[in-house]
Design a protein around this ligand. Structure first.
Ligand SMILES: [Zn+2]
Length: 66
């Protein structure tokens, strides 16, 4: 895990996960919608600045959306 600094205040960014869903929120590319499910999906997790509260979302498997 590479250390990131906040783009707003240069504080420490901490990778977190949401309390709903297992280790991330599932998001889907609408282009992948098919009768038997959508494989174009990934989970996303928030990277949060511990100083100012700025949040960035990161996809776990962004390549799946293509
Ligand atoms: Zn910050």
């Amino acid at each position: 895990m590479t250390h990131k600094s906040c783009p707003k205040c240069e504080g420490e960014m901490i990778l977190c996960y949401v309390d709903q869903g297992s280790k991330g929120i599932l998001v889907k590319n609408a282009d992948g919608d098919k009768l038997f499910g959508n494989k174009k999906n990934t989970r996303i997790n928030p990277n949060i600045c511990a100083d100012c509260g700025w949040v960035e979302w990161y996809a776990v498997e962004p390549g799946n959306l293509k």
